[in-house]
Design a protein around this ligand. Structure first.
Ligand SMILES: NC(=O)c1ccc[n+]([C@@H]2O[C@H](COP(=O)([O-])OP(=O)(O)OC[C@H]3O[C@@H](n4cnc5c(N)ncnc54)[C@H](O)[C@@H]3O)[C@@H](O)[C@H]2O)c1
Length: 320
């Protein structure tokens, strides 16, 4: 297939690009490189530096894409609370521009990277896809609005076929440590804990009085290689049986911040000094996926999402 990957210079998009190329597909990557790195894009892909809000028609001149995997977006909850307009323009308007330009050019298959942040503070654990959506940040709102825009777009054009994938916590690196997680700015717990161990600095725990067994937040960690598999399954689905789909992508297991810290200590063989900070506004006690829909409808079985494999791969990558 001919595939367009947006945000392919970022963490998850660069893994997706490599996997699609390994499977023999032709891949074009677009990215504005504001939060991604040109060096993360596999040399076998065609790369164009462009912003989602630019005139995107040139992307479609030479290629007839079978599908678009849309990863590009700003991803920091904290940053979004400081500058909501930036997130609305980038994530909502940028996505709308992408979908509209694609449709004008006869491309109607989309996989969209959404997030567990659309649920806000959940009232039901594990969280099913039909749980209430009450995002507590502009980031979550921007993703929910884009999901809803896709539904509207398909109402007006039933040939559109799409899957929304709501990721829980993406993490980990390639098993040989050659590719891994790096964000600008880094806000994710595993790279931050590894960095703290490598630099001998203190690691901040935000809140130790949550309603969880050890008092720290519980999150559902999904290895990036499993996440890529979920996209491949979703891609087949939207092509074989066109329609609109929405899946949580997680494991259904809750892992606490302290469990992450303990595993980083075990894998590295080093100690990590902790310092306790107050809770961050908007952090839910538990964000754990109900993954039964993706398991039963797409036969999705995570292979690499146990905590030891996740941290081992991340540790290898950070050491390279
Ligand atoms: N990392 C996670 O745990 C996680 C969880 C849930 C959802 N997601 C979603 O997955 C997607 C990928 O996340 P990631 O962790 O790889 O983030 P990332 O920041 O590493 O990658 C995003 C990429 O998109 C590019 N980009 C952003 N805005 C753009 C624009 N307007 N035009 C062109 N390129 C633009 C950035 O330069 C970057 O390379 C995002 O949409 C994010 O919201 C990620």
């Amino acid at each position: 297939m001919n595939l367009l990957v947006t945000g392919g210079a970022g963490y998850i998009g660069s893994f997706m690009t490599k996997s699609l190329l390994d499977l023999g597909h032709n891949v074009t990557v677009i990215d504005n490189l504001k939060r991604g790195k040109r060096s993360a894009v596999d040399d076998r892909a065609t790369f164009k530096e462009i912003d989602l809000n630019d005139d995107l028609s040139e992307i479609f001149i030479d290629s007839e894409f079978d599908s678009i995997l849309h990863f590009a977006g700003l991803i920091s909850v904290e940053e979004s609370t400081k500058d909501p307009e930036l997130y609305f323009k980038n994530n909502i308007e940028g996505s709308r521009n992408l979908f509209e330009t694609a449709i004008k050019n006869n491309v109607r298959n989309f996989i969209f990277s959404s997030t567990a942040a659309v649920y806000g503070n959940p009232t039901q654990i594990p969280i099913p896809e039909d749980h209430d959506k009450k995002p507590t940040s502009p980031y979550g709102e921007s993703k929910l609005k884009t999901e809803r825009n896709l539904i509207e777009i398909r109402k007006n054009d039933p040939l559109v076929s799409f899957a929304v994938l709501r990721y829980f916590n993406a993490c980990g690196a390639s098993l040989n440590g050659e590719m891994g997680e790096s964000h600008i700015p880094e806000t994710h717990i595993i790279p931050l804990a590894i960095k703290a161990i490598m630099e001998g600095s203190e690691f901040k725990i935000f809140g130790d009085d949550y309603d969880t067994p050890d008092g720290t937040c519980l999150r559902d960690y999904i290895h990036v290689l499993d996440l890529v598999d979920a996209h491949l399954l979703a891609l087949n689905k939207i092509i074989e049986i066109p329609g609109e789909y929405c899946f949580n992508v997680g494991t259904g297991n809750g892992i606490s911040n302290l469990e992450v810290v303990e595993m980083v200590k075990k894998v590295s063989g080093k100690d990590l000094k902790l310092s306790n900070f107050p809770r961050r506004p908007g952090d839910a006690d538990r964000l754990i996926a109900d993954p039964s829909k993706i398991q039963s409808e797409l036969n999705f079985i995570p292979k690499y999402s146990d905590l030891e494999t996740i941290i081992n791969s991340a540790w290898k990558w950070h050491n390279k």
